[in-house]
Design a protein around this ligand. Sequence first.
Ligand SMILES: COc1ccc(C(=O)NC2CCC2)cc1-c1cc(C(C)=O)n2cccnc12
Length: 121
Amino acid sequence: CVLRQRQERTPLQRALEHLLKKLEMRDPQQFFAWPVTDNIAPGYSAIITHPMDFCTMRQKVDDNQYKDLQDFMSDFKLMCTNAMQYNQSDTIYYKASKKLLHAGMKLVQPDKIGWLITLTP
Ligand SMILES: COc1ccc(C(=O)NC2CCC2)cc1-c1cc(C(C)=O)n2cccnc12
């Protein structure tokens, strides 16, 4: 997951970049910052068929691969639900992903997306 230099950005890319920064702040231990590897999580790649992490999401924003906010949020939900699928409910990772998912959903509630409308004319 290598980050590319910043190219010209569309209004949607700037909005998603802004939202991604807010979401990453909710993951201070950086459990979701990078792809989960099999050596830190035994058997991960056999259990999780569609892995996702914040760095990959940033790459997809940079490559303009999200067509709208819903598209971006489905990757965010995938990242969180992967963690709830692989990790037992009493683990720090399961608990962190549940909290992150709720925080993320709150950020995109209609009454909370004034920032999105100003950023995407
Ligand atoms: C990029 O993923 C990670 C990066 C760092 C850490 C980490 O710092 N773990 C230390 C806290 C106790 C060991 C954990 C993880 C990690 C994320 C996850 C997820 C997201 O499922 N995970 C699952 C089992 C074991 N480790 C992890």
